[in-house]
Design a binder for this molecule. Structure first.
Ligand code: GLU
Length: 288
């Protein structure tokens, strides 16, 4: 069966992968297989300080050991490369330029710390999604930065519209909605260390790689709302979304019991097999 379904898995190589990552990617693989489509592997190695080649390598090895196969990207080639974000700077820069020319983003001198101190707590209840709202009175006038030829060494933020609710239908959770400037505020699209922020890079890549469904952890639900604003601003067609339940937090510590806080590597060294892991209580945690 041939299908136009294109899903992707997109690990960030800042450490060894955990069972929670494997579970999300397993679900992504299953959804691609059920749709008779393709799965793409993208290496999200943008953060040059935190991402390390050894973790890009271990991610591939550990996922292959776990039984996750992909059709395109990392090690498989394909027509939509390069599949490592660190090699895609030019593509992100042209998106930065479009957003800048449209007056939708602005350069911002404030640090994360400044915002953490002054920003309002968002209305959301979920701690995983908490990020302080950037104070509206810190915004520069509309048009600020439009004459910049390059992002320079500045942070750039997306000016989130007032009085808007971003709604989408999640493949697992059903209808989701987030209020602009209440649930989330002006967010980073470019970082002063010279790389795009996560929100921008992912949208540009998913659109360029013709991804039709994004499968990822539900800690990124609010990111989906932000990303939908970027799709709209760049007049790109968004994919559909399917957010998986969380098993562990970004540090692998949400549930520090049984095997959940162990990396796939440690689990393997301790003699676990992928099959057994997929039958374990941990695996089924919060899964239907
Ligand atoms: N690279 C992100 C992570 O490892 C996932 C991003 C995404 O799927 O949009 O958490």
């Amino acid at each position: 069966m041939s299908s136009s379904y294109r899903g992707r898995i997109a690990p960030t190589p800042t450490g060894y992968l955990h069972l929670g990552h494997a579970r999300t990617f397993w679900i992504a693989m299953q959804r691609a297989q059920q749709a008779g489509g393709q799965l793409i592997y993208r290496n999200e190695d943008l953060d040059t300080l935190r991402c390390m080649p050894k973790f890009s390598k271990s991610a591939v090895e550990d996922l292959r050991w776990f039984g996750i196969n992909w059709d395109e990207g990392e090690g498989e080639g394909g027509a939509f490369g390069p599949y490592s974000q660190s090699k895609r700077t030019q593509i992100y820069l042209s998106a930065w330029e479009k957003l800048k020319n449209a007056g939708i983003i602005y350069p911002c001198e404030k640090s994360r710390k400044d915002v953490a101190h002054a920003g309002q707590a968002p209305h959301t209840e979920d701690a995983a999604m908490l990020e302080p709202i950037y104070p509206e009175n810190w915004r520069p006038p509309i048009g600020a930065g439009m004459d910049a030829a390059h992002p320079d060494s500045k942070n750039w933020r997306f000016r989130v519209p007032a009085s808007r609710t971003i709604s989408f239908s999640d493949g697992r959770l059903g209808p989701c909605k987030f209020d602009c400037l209440k649930d989330f505020g002006d967010f980073l699209v470019w970082r002063k260390d010279g790389v795009p922020a996560y929100e921008l890079a992912v949208v540009i890549d998913d659109a360029a790689m013709k991804i039709t469904e994004v499968v990822r952890g539900e800690d990124l639900l609010i990111s989906t709302a932000r990303q939908l604003l970027i799709y709209e601003a760049l007049q790109l067609l968004p994919p559909t979304f399917y957010h998986t339940p969380l098993m562990i937090d970004a540090e692998g510590r949400r549930l520090a019991k049984r095997n959940l806080s162990l990396s796939l590597r440690e689990l393997r060294e301790a003699g676990h097999t992928p099959n057994k892991l997929r039958q374990s209580k941990d695996w089924h945690y919060e899964l239907n």
